[in-house]
Write a protein that binds this ligand. Structure first.
Ligand code: G6P
Length: 611
């Protein structure tokens, strides 16, 4: 949510910043802006809309004026103030000598604004960020870092921010509290950014700033301190991701690329963890907590959005196979409901980005109440990964499409591995484990089989494209998949969709079913197969248009459904890894056919770093 980039070095800053903004655009695309230091002045350009709109404005203005070797830029997901030119970052002091980009929320901005207005400051925008720019300016004498530090003492809320002053050429000052910032350390150049995607083109060597830390960057080098000005030495770490992983590679959208790379990514996720010959699961990241996990009396899983759906699959897995009570909570609710954490409660924190604000807040609540926490996270070095006691990374590569796909299957895969790891130590027989492991290794190949039906799935989307209300129904392990299928459809195609446990339909939602309404059933073979056939009959008899996901070789479902998409047979606990794939493709095609920008759905952001 909101992308930040800053550059200091030998290259021309503007192209570096614009390219970085494009890579960060998935974090927000309400407006974009850039500020360049040139001949003792700060030159700022900003625009509502996408980075392309900003480029257009720059191309139309005097290009010469933007030539310089240091600058900052921002792509915005609006919180305070409409997404227009004025509210776009960077925000500047009254005389334009100081510019700031910021991600997060300044909670006490109204009182700070009143204070500054009383001192004669005239505000231009409605944003909380503008208060920081004026506040730093108010404290500025001749040292930007000192002014930023003093200003931040009065600020309540969250920030990942970078400031520059026309009086200190080539100096950028960054500070972090609750919103990620990294410093890319290149050869005689530095890139500060809100995530690694914007840095990779220049260097894979990074420093992760922690909360309450600052960095001062200049052509001479960088210095890191706490907000109280105590010098700290940070390790320079290597980012694992490569540039081709964050490029489209011939696909029209990142979402398409990420759906199609799931077989390979799940292989990576299992690599070194599934040992068929030994019949064992190895999870290095939790080895110190293995005993505690095996003895856990209760699991609480927290997450948001797609991660919450994956967590729900985890709940089913842990209760079914480990036989330990588990419950899934929306991170945003968990925090405020006075949760009960007893001895033996383990909290599993599920997140692709590792930066979701609600999830981080839930983690901190759990820690305060004494829970041991485990991260199930994709982004290495992210806040959740660092703040949990232990964790298991997804290793599915960077996910750029706002609609999460491979992270969902990665999260489910990790929770399956964790479940098998624990179940074998509790009461699962070696034979049963061997069977699951054997079936797990077939999953990537099975997904390939489903992906090969892409054209059929596109036809299903085409046939229903004018329908504005859809239902998704599943039972057992496939109930969370129904929720995820509905979420995918609504978030990228703006079609209203609801996911429900199939049996709940008759307690109300059945009233919605009218002639031709698309109802997606996950009707694979399993313990509830006959029940779901009855549910399909109930929908058919009311005129619903049935789209079914069924097991290969099934002869009954095709007699009842208008469209059938087949998935290979696999044990019930592994089915979500397969049944979600056709639903991802269905949503993808529906959105493309309706002319929607799949990777940048309206009002959404990839990583929601505000509560
Ligand atoms: C946002 C995204 C969702 C994502 C959710 C949780 O709402 O649009 O796709 O599932 O955040 O994100 P996380 O990074 O914590 O998994």
């Amino acid at each position: 949510m909101c992308g930040i980039i800053g550059y200091v070095g030998g290259k021309e800053a503007l192209p570096v910043l614009l390219e970085g903004l494009k890579r960060l655009e998935y974090r927000g695309y309400d407006s974009a802006g850039v500020a360049i230091h040139r001949h003792g002045k700060i030159i700022t350009r900003k625009s509502a809309g996408r980075v392309s709109a900003l480029e257009h404005i720059i191309a139309e203005s005097d290009g010469e004026s933007m030539v310089g070797h240091s600058g900052i830029a921002h792509t915005r997901w609006a919180t305070h103030g409409a997404p227009n030119d004025t509210n776009a970052h960077p925000h500047c002091s009254a005389d334009g000598s100081l510019a700031v980009v910021h991600n997060g929320i300044i909670e006490n901005y109204r009182s700070l604004r009143t204070f500054l207005e009383q001192k004669g400051v005239i505000f231009k925008s409605e944003t909380d960020t503008e208060t920081i720019a004026h506040l730093i300016d108010y404290h500025y004498k001749d040292d930007l870092q000192k002014a930023v530090r003093t200003a931040l003492l009065d600020v309540q809320g969250t920030y990942g921010m970078v400031a520059m002053s026309s009086k200190e050429p080539g100096v950028l000052v960054a500070a972090r509290k609750g919103s990620p910032l990294i410093v890319g350390v290149g050869k005689d150049e530095y890139v500060i950014a809100s995530d690694a995607a914007a840095v990779l083109e220049h260097t894979s060597q990074v420093i992760y700033l922690d909360d309450n830390e600052m960095a001062r960057i200049s052509p001479e080098g960088f210095r890191t301190t706490t907000l109280d000005d105590i010098p700290i030495t940070k390790d320079v770490e290597e980012v694992e991701w490569t540039l081709d992983q964050i490029e489209l590679g011939g696909h029209e959208y990142f979402m398409e690329k990420e759906i199609f790379e799931q077989p390979r990514m799940l292989e990576l996720c299992m690599k070194g963890r599934v040992d068929i010959r030994e019949g064992a699961v190895y999870l290095g990241g939790i080895s110190d907590f293995a005993r505690e996990l095996v003895r856990a009396k209760r699991f609480i899983l927290v997450g948001c959005g797609t991660a919450w759906h994956a967590a729900l699959v985890g709940e089913y897995l842990l209760e079914d196979l480990v036989r330990t009570p588990a419950e899934t909570e929306y991170a945003s609710e968990f925090r405020y409901r006075n949760p009960i954490i007893n001895d033996g409660t383990m909290v599993l924190v599920v997140s692709q980005s590792g930066e979701t604000s609600d999830t981080l807040a839930a983690l901190s609540e759990a820690k305060q109440r004494g829970a041991t926490s485990l991260g199930i996270v994709n982004v290495v070095g992210s806040s959740i990964a660092r703040e949990t006691d232990a964790g298991i990374y997804l290793h599915v590569g960077p996910e750029t499409g706002v609609a999460s796909t491979k992270a969902f299957t990665g999260q489910v895969m990790v929770m399956t591995l964790l479940t098998l790891f624990l179940a074998r130590r509790r009461h699962m027989s070696q034979r049963a484990l061997d069977h699951f492991l054997d079936e797990l290794t077939k999953i990537p190949g099975h997904i390939e089989t489903i992906l090969a039906q892409n054209d059929t799935i596109k036809e299903v989307a085409q046939a229903n494209i004018d329908k504005e209300n859809w239902l998704y129904l599943g039972r057992g392990y496939n109930y969370p998949v129904a929720l995820e299928g509905a979420l995918k459809l609504k978030e990228i195609s703006y079609i209203h969709a609801e996911g429900l446990p199939a049996a709940e339909m008759k307690h109300g939602p059945i009233a919605l079913i009218s002639d031709g309404m698309p109802v997606v059933f996950i009707a694979t073979k399993g313990s509830q197969y006959s029940k779901i056939l009855s549910n399909i009959e109930e929908v058919r008899s009311r005129g619903g248009h049935v789209i079914a996901v069924a097991t290969e070789g099934d002869t009954q479902v095709p007699l009842l459904a208008q469209h059938v998409i087949f998935v290979p047979d696999t044990p019930e606990p592994l089915q979500p890894l397969l049944t979600v794939i056709p639903l991802q493709l269905l949503a993808y095609h529906a959105a493309v056919l309706r002319g929607c920008n799949v990777d940048k759905p309206r009002n959404l952001a990839k990583s929601v770093t505000v509560e």
